[in-house]
Design a protein around this ligand. Sequence first.
Ligand code: NAD
Ligand code: IPM
Ligand code: MN
Length: 356
Amino acid sequence: MPGYKIAVLPGDGIGPEVTREAERAMIAAAQAFNFEIELEHWPIGGTALDQFDTPFPDATREACLAADAIFLGAIGDPKWDHETGARRCEAALLALRKALGGYANLRPVIVPESLVDASPLRPECVSGTDLLIVRELTGGIYFGEPRSSGEDVAANNMIYTRSEVERIARMAFSIAEKRRGHLTSVDKANVLEVSQLWRSVVTEIHELEFPNVELEHLYVDNAAIQLILHPSQFDVILTGNLFGDILSDLAGTLPGSLGILPSASFGGLVDLYEPVHGSAPDIAGKGCANPGGALLSIVMLLQRLGEMEAGARLQDGIIKTLEEGVLTRDLGGTASTTEFADAVLSRAFNFAPTAA
Ligand code: NAD
Ligand code: IPM
Ligand code: MN
C-alpha cells in the first residue's frame, strides 16, 4: 500500500480552521482509495513565535524537507505586525518557500456555473473562466538584495536573472501546451528594466522551445483590468512574484471569494500546498471560513502524488456541493466551515471522518 508523509503547518487565524478540513479530506481519500497517509503537525507563524520565540523553528524546516508534501493553512495577524525582520510571520513563510526552492506557484482560478451568480461581476463576464496564474515565487522584489528599512528611506530591489526567468517560463509554457495553448506574460516592461529582461527571455524561450503556444505580453496595469473585464480570454498567466501576488487576490473576485482559490508550489525539494488566502483575522474563530481553497489545494496534492482518482473525486465533491447551494458566508450562504467540508466529503467519498 503506498504511503505518504505530509507535514501539516496550520499556522494562524483561520489557518487551523481550514487545515482541519484539508486533513479530513486526506484521511477520507486515503481510506477510500487504499493508501496510507501520515499527518504530522508543525508550528509556523505567530503561533510558533509565541511558543518557540521564532516564527520558523528549525524542527519545522527539517520536517518539511523530510516530507513527501507540505500543507500550510495561513500565517499572520495584526497582533504580530510590530515584529520586524526574521521575526515577522510573513518572513517565516518566505523562508520556508526559499528553503524548499519551489519557484513555480500555480494558482488556478475556475468559476463553476454554480458560482457565476456569487461573483460581484456580471455573469456574462465571469462565465467560462478557467485560468491558471503561474507566479514566480522565490525571486523578484520579495528577495532582492540589498534591502533596507529606515525611518526616512527604505528600499527593496526587484531583481530577476536570466536563469530564473528561463525556468519559470519553461514551466509555464509546458503547462500551457497541455491546456489551451495560450500564455499571457505579465510585466511592466514600459517602465522597469527588470521587466524588459523578463519579456525578452520569455520571448526567446517561446521562439526557441514552444513556438506552438500562442504568446501575448500585457503590462500589469492592463492585465488587472482585463482580468476583471474579460477573464475568459486567459489560459495561462505567467508573471513575477509581486504582480502574481496582487493579480491572484484580484482573481478572487471572479468566483466571488478569495477563500476558494488553491495553490501549489513546484520545482523545489518538496512541493508546498497552500490556499491563496491569508489568516483572515476578521473572521477567525467564528467557524465560517471557506475551506474551499484548502480542499482544492488537496486536490492538487492528491493529483501530484499520483492519486488521480481520489483527486478527481474530491474535486467533483466540491463542485457538486457548490452546485447544490451549500455555500459558506463569503459566497452568500450559511454553511459553517465544517458543514461545507462534511457536504464535500460525503459526496466525494461517502464518508466524512472526524478531525484528527
Ligand atoms: P486575507 O486573505 O487574510 O483576507 C482578505 C479578505 O478575504 C478578508 O475579508 C477575509 O475575511 C477574506 N477571506 C480570506 N480567506 C477567506 C476564507 N477562507 N473564507 C472566507 N473569507 C476569507 O488577507 P489580509 O486580511 O490582507 O491579511 C491577513 C493576514 O494574513 C496578514 O497578516 C497577512 O500577512 C497574512 N497573509 C497570509 C497568507 C498566507 O499565509 N499564505 C496569505 C495572505 C495574507
Ligand atoms: C500569498 C501571501 C504571501 C505573499 C505573504 C503572506 C508573504 O500574500 O501567499 O499570497 O505575499 O506571497
Ligand atoms: Mn497574497
